[in-house]
Ligand binder design. Structure first.
Ligand code: GLY
Ligand code: MN
Ligand code: MN
Length: 440
């Protein structure tokens, strides 16, 4: 993403904030994995969205119409000794020259400088509760100003959650963001195809996961979330991430894996037979899920509301489950009674962007949000029938199927960003058959 895009975002935010206001946006802290080992650092999405700055120990301060600079970045100073251990830092000069800050100060000086920036500002935009470290800092800074009120200094009177403005901005993806999301989708799609090609009975879930991770890393991506690679019964565990079991002939394999490219996520699920050929029952359930997914995707268009795809999926799944004999009764009544929930216990999707479950309101007041061009979401219906399901014939047990794509709302309808991974029974079986014959 070019620096001009980050500058544009700050400008838009400032227009919405109005004058006499200030926004304080802290970077995410580094987190310990165990003892003295840290997790790989991943910037907070809000902070990165506004700054393009990927170092910890930083705070962005945005002050519309401030004469001596509207964008101030507190960050770490250069430190040649530390940089030998953990790599280069932008430092104060880099913050200004590379990252477009009007002014930059050492993060160690923030307690001395920030209260002065709050003086005579009436509104403070800050997200309380997201970063405990900084909540107390902000309260202390404001209290310092309050103490000076007798000398005529004006204390901010209004605290506003920054996320209201920022998350609505993030909900609408710019052409630059869409280009990155297309890349994330493409790389994840290739990884899923790779998984289909290498899968056969005798392989293990972890071996398949390794293929996916390998493809992500050689393409400069990380996982957008821990991959789910679940064979047979494990495909019915919604958040399964052990990914350690052997893959058995006759079982299905459910893979939910997405790549994160330049801090933008993709999120794909495909389900296919370990041995390359769907059984009669697997195919029957698969076709029901696929049809529901098509029905839901058809509802992704401007003017429809957020819940239309979910309603379409539920209707289609319920009809399909009745046809298979897995639900009994009248479709309309079954939908009203939420009978499908025994097999389909999650919703049909979520916003997608810098966070896999991205920000943005799903409702405005009491009404579902209307879909508009530039929004990106997932469509991911499924059916899960764990072993032991009461009053369900054994032949259906351990069938867990989800089909998930990433969809962009366009002017005239939608674009499926993850369309490169096949999902029809015929296409999947053909890919796996070709791969199998090449292995011989
Ligand atoms: N992979 C997380 C989800 O599908 O929501
Ligand atoms: Mn998802
Ligand atoms: Mn997913």
């Amino acid at each position: 993403m070019h620096q001009t895009e980050f500058a544009k975002r700050r400008k838009r935010l400032m227009q919405m904030m109005g004058k006499d206001s200030i926004a304080i946006v802290p970077a995410a802290p580094a987190t310990i994995r165990n003892r003295d080992v840290e997790y790989r650092y991943r910037p907070d999405s809000d902070f990165y969205y506004l700054t393009g700055f990927a170092e910890p120990e930083a705070v962005a301060v945005i002050i519309p119409k401030r004469k001596h600079g509207e964008y101030i970045l507190f960050c770490r100073e250069r430190d040649p000794a530390m940089e030998i251990w953990v790599g280069p830092r932008a430092g104060l000069e880099g913050a200004r020259k590379t990252f477009g800050a009007d002014d930059a100060f050492p993060i160690s000086d923030i307690d001395d400088i920030l209260p002065g920036l709050l003086e005579n500002r009436s509104r403070v935009y800050y997200t309380m509760g997201a970063n405990n470290n900084y909540d107390q800092h902000v309260i202390n800074w404001v209290n310092q100003i309050r103490e000076k009120s007798r000398s005529g200094v004006h204390t901010p009177g209004e605290f506003v959650a920054l996320d209201h403005l920022l998350h609505d901005m993030r909900l609408f993806k710019s052409p630059g963001e869409i280009a990155v999301m297309r890349k994330a989708a493409k790389i994840a799609a290739q990884a899923h195809i790779r998984a289909m090609q290498v899968c056969h009975p005798g392989k293990t879930e972890n071996e398949i996961e390794a293929e996916i991770l390998h493809h992500f890393r050689v393409n400069h991506c990380h996982e957008a979330y821990p991959s789910i690679v679940g064979g047979g019964a494990n495909g019915c565990i919604l958040h399964y991430i052990d990914n350690n079991a052997a893959l058995r002939d006759g079982d299905l394999l459910l893979i939910d894996a997405g790549a994160e490219k330049d801090y933008y996520a993709s999120d794909i699920t495909r389900t296919f037979p370990v041995n390359g050929k769907f059984s009669k029952e697997q195919k029957a359930v698969y076709e029901v899920v696929l049809q529901a997914q098509h029905a839901a995707i058809e509802q992704v268009k401007p003017g429809n509301h957020w819940n239309d795809p979910h309603d379409a999926a539920v209707k289609s799944l319920t009809k399909g489950l009745v046809k298979l004999g897995l639900l009994k009764g009248e479709v309309r009544k079954l939908i009203k009674d939420n009978a499908y929930r025994r097999y389909y216990m999650h919703r049909t999707g979520h916003w997608l962007g810098m966070d896999v479950h991205d920000v943005g309101d799903y409702k405005v007041g009491d009404a579902w949000r209307v879909l508009e061009p530039g929004m990106t979401l997932t469509i991911e219906p499924g059916i899960y029938i764990p072993a032991g399901s009461k009053k369900v014939a054994k032949k259906w047990w351990n069938i867990g199927i989800r089909i998930e794509d990433d969809v962009l709302v366009t002017k005239n309808g939608c674009e499926v960003l993850t369309k490169d991974v096949p999902k029809s029974v015929g296409e999947i079986e053909a890919i796996m058959a070709t791969a199998s014959s090449q292995r011989m």
